[in-house]
Design a protein around this ligand. Structure first.
Ligand SMILES: *Cc1c(COP(=O)(O)O)cnc(C)c1O
Length: 421
């Protein structure tokens, strides 16, 4: 469920018409619903509780939507943060999420990032390879601390809505192989600067079938039992993120309740706490991208292009993953026309959709890309020197700009021309 519904003034986010935000903040603009963000987190948390999962660490995947205001909304409900860079650790800390609720993941953490995370006292650094384990031990020794590490294991299970977001096969770059996990864990346990606290997996994103997750989690359970049998200490099993959301053209994903029931079944009786790293399932349907139609360009051959003021630099998912976003008129209307919806960027890839039946539009009309709260603004760039898209958070009848659109002066001031040019 989300809080984007048509009212007397067209499509609204909670109590605020999107047309009002577009008029006051300008377009393109991302708009997030606080109530939806909170609801998604609470539904996920309560589903786990209902399935007998005691006191899990729910570390929201910051990369899905990393705005500090969004992180604070979730952090205030008890969410932790799954981070993949020093910048994301800093964002989580800035939102008031304490180090003990922060997980630091990622295949290529730099020395200074590891040092920063250790000083922030993160709950676990998820180790993705043996060289990385050695680097963490080295940095921890320099700092005189014992690094809490969890091994991200590649369970060699295929999953995920697109090849570019499948991470759980051994040919993907992520995680140590299943076969070497136990040996690395045992070695780390004997290192004075390392404290292995658990194992982790994350097999992909936009997963709409529980079977691969069940297969991976069952393998992970086996690994935890093996480590415990070898007398090693295991406190936590981190099951990652990846649960899919409805994008309207996709297979219907399992609900958080179905996911949690499966987790409860697979992990029943295992004497460890569980961690989760949900991103998309929390943020995707809590946000929309609002854009204005610049013009309708109709070719004599018949194709109609809806040229809008949002582009691939604002929402890259269609160009990058062939992703589908439902596109709705902000002001409801009847009739149907078939459009290619395109942005102004000088790339053929700057096409949001082709041959989509939509209501008829004219210049100045507003459209909303639904389900754009995850991997939308977080992936935006200034390609074509288009100002970074702003973000707005709605709370009931009020809203606030939570990331400002930069001015051209601010953008140009970042470029430095040496005096010898
Ligand atoms: C991206 C990512 C997530 C979040 O994935 P979603 O599909 O958004 O839930 C979780 N954990 C890790 C390690 C990731 O890289």
């Amino acid at each position: 469920m989300n809080h984007f519904e048509y009212g007397p003034q067209g499509l609204a986010c909670e109590g605020v018409p999107l047309a009002k935000i577009a008029a006051e903040v300008g377009t393109p603009v991302y708009v997030y619903s606080r109530a939806t963000l909170e609801r998604h987190f609470v539904v996920f948390r309560d589903a786990l509780a209902m399935s007998g999962v005691v006191d899990p660490l729910i570390a929201y995947a910051v990369k899905a939507n990393s705005n500090v205001a969004v992180l604070k909304v979730l952090g205030d409900l008890g969410a932790g943060a799954d981070t993949v860079s020093e910048g994301e650790v800093r964002r989580a800390l800035a939102a008031g999420i304490p180090g003990e609720r922060i997980v630091f993941s990622g295949v290529g953490k730099a020395r200074r990032e590891i040092a920063f995370a250790l000083q922030a006292g993160v709950a676990e650094i998820n180790v993705e390879s043996e060289p990385e384990l050695n680097l963490i031990a080295e940095v921890a020794a320099e700092l005189g601390v014992r690094a809490k590490v969890a091994f991200r294991v590649n369970p060699d299970v295929a999953a995920g809505g697109h090849a570019k977001i499948a991470t759980g096969k051994s040919e993907n770059k992520f995680g140590v192989s299943f076969a070497e996990a136990a040996r690395l864990y045992a070695n780390a346990s004997n290192n004075a600067n390392l404290q292995p606290v658990g194992v982790a997996c994350h097999i992909g994103s936009q997963i709409t079938d529980l079977a691969p997750m069940r297969a991976a989690f069952t393998k992970m359970r086996g690994l935890v039992e093996q480590l415990l049998a070898e007398g090693l200490s295991v406190e936590r099993l981190d099951l990652g993120g990846g649960l899919g959301v409805p994008y309207f053209n996709h297979p219907e994903p399992p609900s958080p309740a179905e996911f949690a029931a499966m987790v409860g079944e697979v992990t029943q009786g295992l004497p460890v706490t569980l961690a989760f790293e949900p991103g998309r399932v929390i943020a995707a349907n809590a946000g929309v991208l609002v854009s204005e139609v610049i013009h309708v360009h109709e070719r004599p051959e018949g194709r109609k292009f809806l040229v809008i003021d949002a582009a691939m630099n604002d929402l890259v998912r269609p160009a990058m993953y062939d992703a589908f976003h439902d596109i709705r008129p902000v002001i409801q209307r009847t009739g149907e026309t078939v459009y290619d919806v395109v942005g102004p960027v000088c790339e053929t890839g700057d096409t949001f959709t082709r041959d989509r039946a939509l209501p008829p539009f004219a210049a100045g009309d507003l459209v909303a890309f639904m389900s754009a709260g995850a991997y939308g603004a977080a992936m935006a760039s200034e390609y074509n020197t288009r100002p970074l898209v702003p973000e707005v958070l709605v709370d009931g009848d009020r809203y606030a700009v939570i990331r400002q659109r930069p001015t051209y002066d601010e953008m140009l001031a970042r470029d430095l021309v040496p005096d010898w040019v």
